[in-house]
Design a protein around this ligand. Structure first.
Ligand SMILES: [Mn+2]
Length: 305
């Protein structure tokens, strides 16, 4: 039996209602219902289903990109089996990602720790991706609540292994002293919501492209922790943090960065949606919208994604 046969469960809804065989799909979707290390408001294990239901009820025409996603085939791989241990999850997820065909990939978390498994899987495929992270947090603690690997530490593990120039954070605004000192010591790039307000999105996007072109990676991977958005737009997250980005601003930045990237764009994850803490499902809808705008932007890159 293959790893996928053992560890992937079919989802009751395919993303966007599109149940295309992975081999025939333009894009791939995978759910990772993992929230074992969530410290404040667990529940993101319920997000893959909630985001799929939301995606089935929003429009698939992107007015930002001028693309009708209905014309594209999305292959929904289903959900990773629930695992209780973060290291097991990262290992299994890595091996599954490594076995996938090279098509633009959407991963629906789960807590943010899933990003480490996806990234390691892309590396195992021979890629050397930069990672653009929309997040209120840096997730750079060395240890949190007795765990070396958790939603609060996984980026430290990723950067220790792959280099501190790999990452560019957008919407940073909630850190502990240890993290900010670590980030400064290692020259980790980040912009706060205030930076974006003062510089403007055009200038921030230009700096992101500059980083992308200079950091020696061969591709771009994007990770959206839904707490990057202001809690007014995304209240149903594991660790809400006031002072975040407006939904139109993040969606516009995401789309323009993907459309103008000179590096291949390999995929995205949307993490930390916690449906039990959501308000009227609006966080799940915004997560689905984030995926739609990402895929529409990728679709504009004919042959270049
Ligand atoms: Mn976060």
């Amino acid at each position: 039996m293959s790893l996928a046969e053992v560890y992937l469960n079919p989802a009751p809804y395919c993303f966007g209602g599109s149940c295309v065989e992975p081999g025939k799909a333009d894009f791939l979707v995978l759910g990772v219902p993992f929230d074992a290390t969530s410290s404040y408001r667990p529940g993101s294990r319920e997000a893959p289903l909630a985001v799929r239901v939301a995606a089935a009820n929003i429009e698939f025409y992107s007015m930002i990109s001028g693309v009708d996603l209905e014309e594209y085939r999305i292959g929904d791989l289903g959900d990773l089996a629930q695992l209780g241990d973060a290291r097991d999850m990262v290992t299994v997820l890595r091996d599954i990602i490594a076995s996938l065909p090279p098509k633009p990939l959407v991963v629906i978390g789960g807590e943010h720790t899933v990003t480490l498994g996806v990234y390691e899987g892309l590396v195992a495929r021979g890629l050397n991706p930069c990672i653009l992270v929309f997040d209120a947090h840096l997730d750079l603690r060395d240890e949190y609540m007795g765990l070396k690997l958790s939603h609060a530490t996984f980026m430290r593990r990723l950067l220790e292994r792959h280099g501190h120039d790999r990452v560019f954070y957008v919407a940073t605004r909630a850190v502990c002293r240890e993290e900010i000192e670590y980030a400064r010591r290692h020259r980790v790039r980040y912009v706060t919501p205030q930076n974006i307000r003062l510089l403007g999105t055009m200038e921030v996007s230009r700096r992101i492209q500059q980083w992308l072109n200079s950091c020696g990676c061969d591709s771009l991977y994007i990770s959206v922790d839904m707490d990057a958005y202001d809690p007014a737009y995304a209240p149903g997250v594991g660790n809400p943090e006031p002072g975040g980005l407006e939904s139109w601003l993040l969606l516009g930045m995401l789309s323009s960065i993907v459309r103008s990237s000179q590096k291949r764009v390999v995929g995205i994850d949307v993490t930390e949606v916690s449906p039990p803490h959501d308000v009227g499902g609006i966080t799940s809808v915004l997560a689905a919208k984030t995926v739609v705008e990402f895929l529409a932007a990728v679709a504009t890159r004919r042959g270049g994604s």
